[in-house]
Write a protein that binds this ligand. Sequence first.
Ligand code: HEM
Length: 431
Amino acid sequence: MRDDPTAGRSRREFVRAAVAAGTSAALAACLADERSVNAPTGVEEPASLPDRQHAWNDALHADQDGNVSPPEHHVFLSLSLSEAPDETARKTVRTALRDIERAVARDTDGILFTLGYTPAYFERFDAPLDDAVDLPKPDPILALTAESDVTIDTSDALLHLASDDGAVVLAVEQALFGDRGTLNGRSVSASLDAVFERTTRRTGFVGPGLPAARQHGLDGVPDTEPVPEEAPFFMGFRSGFRESQATEDRVTIRNGPFAGGSTQHFETLELDLDVWYDESDHEQRVARLFSPAHADRETVGEIGERLGTETGIASVTDEIHDHARDEGVVGHAQKLAQARDDGTPVLLRRDVNTTDGDVCGVHFVSLQRELSEFTRVREAMAGEEFRQYGLGPRQGNGILRYLRVRRWGSYLIPPRSHRALPRPEPNGEVR
Ligand code: HEM
């Protein structure tokens, strides 16, 4: 490597930029270098890993209050099949994924990943998926507002790679797609690009300080660069408190051929932070994101630091119609907590910030046992019932006014044993 792209920048800054930029030839050359990856080693026997692909929580760190902290760096690859999903292709996928698990630990310093499949993928098989799992074709009806121009994900699969070390995410992507023959000192024997084409590459990041550090010069962000220094998300507040997240058990499919799997929703939202920060003050932002009662009682703090593991949102869902009528505002979390199941959240959210295309946004990822549960919760977010008080999407109806949906997709995340090109009725496939 003649020119050192890390010169004058810390390696950490360089890697962050690299994850967002993707694997350009120059970058690939730099990162194909073994020195750039120093991850804990994986397992000799991948079959010993948890059967739930989505069981990440045990591997994730906790924050100071005991909430699960997501990995910092994320890449989402939409994949389209270039080969028929036959036994040969299945074996290639299985081997490529196991190679990764042998080379790099399933950990935040190593790599966490899920491979999910769209309803479009399953359409090629004679047997309908409906008999096995609740995964209807994506219907973005809930996302369609006047400003939205939504692309449905009709590719076959979505690979989500995540790590606290951006260099590991990039190296794993390269190893999976034939751009390097070794990973973390081990050789790689199969590559997904024999089976899939990468159709879309999206990137994300999350964690205290990261949004503020990246707000400069983005579409949708005012020049005043208002994102609070320590906020983990662009809208300025912590999220993902333990009491408002579903457990991994709650989102796991219980019966049928995909028992042990989950369903995943993925949507990309663009954010209007100009309006969010310029036209409302901190108190109004708390009212719109949490509830007017949270704003009155000042229970949230600058970025949510006063909330430990819970928002206390359940105690204000009964007041929601009063808030709509008397205050002209209902909170996002307040609306969504109405959709809990007997007091228990049904979605496990793993959303991240993004600056893809130099636009400020969110890749919203959620896991749930059945996709209909997601639909029910997203209906609560649409908040149609509050129109009677004059709260359309452009008024104080949670945070709808600041969001534009751009992409929308649904996926089955099979258990590990069926993650390689599953049939609607898989039998006896090995890990
Ligand atoms: C830019 C987009 C979004 C932002 C900034 C955001 C932010 C937040 C925040 C700050 C909370 C309260 C803290 C917490 O409990 O985690 C929350 C709760 C929640 N959000 Fe969002 N959210 C966004 C989009 C979505 C979407 C698209 C959904 C999908 C339906 C969603 C579903 C939920 C749910 C289910 C809760 C928990 C409610 C409960 O406590 O039961 N959010 N969100």
